[in-house]
Design a protein around this ligand. Structure first.
Ligand code: NAD
Ligand code: MG
Length: 362
């Protein structure tokens, strides 16, 4: 049965619909728009644009399609400009609709164009990667990258609908599945409602995309993120906890120029790194570290932190957007389903680096 999760944000509220084979529902949510543009990329477009365009064209509306190249480097102001140009030339106005069909790159880009075209028009997110279904399309952060920093140009701007059809996941490459699992496992550290146990016990079914289990997992993750967003839509406080694992992950990704590790793997390593910090600070025992490793092992995600040269690591971590006043901020797991956002001293980071060094040698 179709699940409907409601994002409750006053006059910016909207439904998140979730099930298998529900793409056809889209037609019921576009009735009030005359002109609609579907935005996708070459890869997802080749697989699914025809099907989605068919559904839209059957409504008798004026439908356009715009495709960008695949890849994070195309989450750019140039891509946004290409869409603006098309929309201006084709007389799109305040009452038009943008629909994004793709992974996080497309949902962030489509949302960014919607937030800025004529000071904001309506948009719908159809996330097709696991990561975008549980994370990128949920919560209204939209952005394009600046050559010097990811997501630097953006807005908080909520969609009218998020439509999650798990059938899209059948064509998702394994590496991208694991990227989504990294964020899902992260969610299980943020809340203690037996989500961790569910993920461990049902790992095989989730990996096999068994409908009941994969839908349950996406639902739980969406609910966790939704609750955080409802509490702190514009990331003034509590929403920062979704950055669990990300201080180290971003440093690692930058140090390896985004080529060494997938984002999911980098987040996994970041979570283990933060558990090590937490252990050093006396918040958790060794068993908690084992707990972390067990779940990543179940999903075959390599979570062992790698050593980054210490001065470089500290410099990279200091650049993190979350920091203020030259301190290094981490989200630390402090127990089952609890985290704490804390400044950690350089000395402790140096000690942990030394320990990671020793572990690698072992
Ligand atoms: P992505 O959009 O690049 O998708 C990953 C790859 O999978 C791409 O090659 C894509 O074409 C392909 N793909 C997507 N769906 C597919 C399908 N069903 N079948 C086959 N291939 C498919 O990356 P992503 O991991 O989905 O998202 C990462 C982006 O999301 C980053 O830009 C990140 O900054 C952003 N993000 C945003 C938020 C937010 O809150 N707005 C949160 C997390 C991540
Ligand atoms: Mg992330």
């Amino acid at each position: 049965m179709m699940k409907e999760i409601r994002m409750d944000l006053g006059d910016r509220s909207y439904p998140i619909l979730l099930d298998k084979g529900i793409i056809g529902e889209l037609k019921n949510y576009v009735t009030k728009y005359e002109k609609i543009i579907l935005v996708s990329n070459t890869k997802v477009g080749a697989l699914y644009s025809e099907k989605v365009l068919d559904i839209l064209e059957n409504t008798g509306k004026n439908i356009s399609y715009f495709e960008i190249s695949d890849g994070e480097e195309h989450k750019s102001i140039e891509s946004a400009f290409g869409i603006y140009d098309f929309m201006v030339e084709n007389d799109f106005d305040r009452s038009s609709l943008i629909i994004s069909l793709g992974g996080g790159v497309i949902t962030d880009l489509g949302g960014y164009v919607a937030a800025t075209y004529m000071r904001g028009i309506d948009f719908i997110q159809i996330p097709t990667s696991l990561l975008s279904q549980v994370d990128a399309s949920i919560g209204g952060k939209v952005a394009v990258n600046h050559p010097k920093a990811k997501n630097l140009i953006g807005a908080f701007y909520q969609p009218k609908l998020v439509l999650i059809d798990v059938d899209f996941l059948k064509t998702l490459p394994e590496k991208e599945f694991k990227a989504g699992m990294g964020e899902i496992i992260k969610h299980s550290f943020l809340k203690d409602d037996d989500y961790y146990d569910y993920l461990v016990e049902n790992a095989q079914a989730v990996k096999d995309l068994q409908p009941e289990e994969i839908i349950e997992v996406i639902k739980r993750s969406c609910v966790i993120k939704k609750n955080i967003v409802e509490e702190d839509e514009k990331e003034k406080g509590i929403r920062a906890i979704v950055n669990l694992g990300h201080t180290y992950a971003h440093a690692l990704e930058t140090a390896t120029e985004y080529k060494g590790y997938s984002h999911g793997e980098a987040v996994a390593k970041g979570i283990i790194y933060e558990i090590l910090l937490s252990q050093k600070l006396g918040y958790v025992e060794k068993e908690f570290l084992d707990r972390g490793k067990i779940i990543f092992d179940k999903y075959e995600i390599d979570c062992e932190p790698v050593k980054i040269e210490i001065e470089r690591l500290i410099a990279l971590m200091k650049k993190d957007k979350k920091n203020t006043g030259g301190k290094i901020k981490f989200v630390l797991p402090t127990g089952k389903g609890t985290v704490s956002v804390e400044d950690v001293s350089e000395d402790i980071i140096r000690e942990i680096n030394q320990e990671i060094d020793n572990r690698v040698i072992k």
